[in-house]
Design a protein around this ligand. Structure first.
Ligand code: PLP
Length: 390
């Protein structure tokens, strides 16, 4: 069967506004949302089909035990095929979502007061997970240089003490869009091994990499790093089905697995039938949709980078290597409030507040560009107009 060509250009704004998901349903109707990481595109046909079929059968009962659904095996096939990473399906758990995995990992693999390393600016739940579990945040800030964001390895080594237990990696990185190279990952892995750290690696954006890059799971580097790594990922980001709540945890050792499972399953929460089957349809049957989305997003990435360079003086931006999020440092624009609050107030455009991504990022904002070229043009023009309105 020929694969459909999806139309990402002609999105129906009324249908988008009728969505009840967070992105379209948080702000008043006159606000254009370009904040939380949801895409505006139509679903992949195989995912739609599997969900429609379930409804046609009135099939919304309990999922059978996740172990018997075949999802761990589909995950293993996918990791092998996409990332050349060999995974034993028995070393996985189907979990509710990636953020849940982060919280459980911190809770089980460290004690209150222990140090947890994160690399800011960072997806906000990394910060709340450390704060709410009463761990000590060790901020290994990414450094913005002429070539983009880099890891400060010297600062990282210097920040580790005997109570540092966890390294929370986000790769590809939200919000900077960095995709770590093999040499960078190897350097991180060596530090983790040397200091006996557990690595919790959030790789949810691994399918959304641009310019022919390939995402490298850190656990795929060597058995030494694998055995201290919990990898968290899902289909929900790349295939735009976060409402279905389903993710995968891969444990690099039986100790990590038993530690994680020492929180009873019913406290960790349940998994929905639709999430399991939507994820399988995504990973097994929706590669064609993904390829089309990635091409479109890469084009949008370029549009954003060109626009910032030509029309937003005072804004620093490094074109992202992955994700559909652009991180804008607006320090050079004179504003009274934060960029996001100023833009919301003057242009009714909702972006993310920079300060949510760590300390010292008040002058930054994050833009979601996973929308049609027309709506993206509108987003960018509203930012330009807002910066002309003081
Ligand atoms: C880096 C990162 N991790 C996790 C998530 C959320 O994942 P989940 O919905 O599975 O908790 C997101 C969502 O944007 C994300 O960007």
């Amino acid at each position: 069967m020929a694969s459909p060509r999806y139309d990402f250009d002609n999105l129906d704004i009324d249908l988008l506004k009728a969505r009840v998901s967070e992105k379209w349903n948080t702000f008043p109707a006159d606000v254009l949302p370009a904040w939380v990481a949801e895409m505006d595109f139509p679903l992949a046909a195989p995912i739609r089909r599997v969900l429609e079929n379930a409804l046609e059968r009135d099939d919304l009962g309990y999922p059978i035990s996740p172990r018997n659904t075949g999802l761990p095996e589909v995950f293993a096939e996918r990791m092998q095929e996409r990332f050349d990473w060999t995974v034993d399906p028995r070393m996985t758990d189907v979990i509710t979502d990636v953020v849940q995995g982060m919280y459980v990992a911190i809770d089980r693999y460290s004690e209150p007061g222990d140090g947890v390393i994160v690399q800011t600016p960072i997806y906000p739940p990394f910060l709340s997970a450390v704060a709410e579990t009463k761990r000590r945040l060790i901020d290994n800030r990414l450094v913005s240089g002429s070539d983009g964001f880099e890891i400060d390895f010297d600062a990282l080594r210097a920040s580790i003490d005997e109570r540092t237990k966890l390294f929370m990696l986000c790769n590809p990185h939200n919000p900077t869009g960095r995709v770590l190279r093999r040499d960078e990952l190897e350097a991180l892995a060596n530090i983790a091994i040397e200091h006996d750290l557990v690595v919790v690696s959030d790789e949810i954006h691994g399918d959304l990499v641009f310019d022919g890059r390939r995402h490298i799971p850190i656990a795929s580097l060597s058995p030494e790093i694998a055995k201290r790594t919990l990898t968290l990922t899902s289909a929900t980001k790349a295939f735009n089905i976060p409402g279905t709540r389903c993710a995968m945890a891969h444990f690099g050792s039986p100790e990590l697995r038993s530690g994680y499972r020492s929180i009873p399953r019913h406290i960790r929460g349940g998994i929905g039938l639709l999430g399991i089957y939507a994820t399988m349809a995504a990973w097994r049957d929706s590669s064609d949709w993904l390829a089309q989305v990635r091409d479109y997003l890469q084009g949008n990435r370029d549009i954003v980078a060109d626009f910032v360079e030509q029309r937003l003086p005072g804004v620093t931006h490094h074109a992202c290597e992955a994700t559909y999020l652009a991180w804008l440092d607006c320090s050079g624009v004179e504003l009274t409030g934060s960029p996001a609050s100023h833009i919301l107030e003057t242009q009714h455009l909702a972006l993310n507040e920079g300060r949510a991504f760590g300390e010292g990022y008040d002058a930054c904002t994050r833009v979601n560009f996973a929308t049609s070229r027309r709506l993206l043009g509108e987003v960018l023009e509203r930012i330009e107009k807002a910066f002309q309105t003081r």
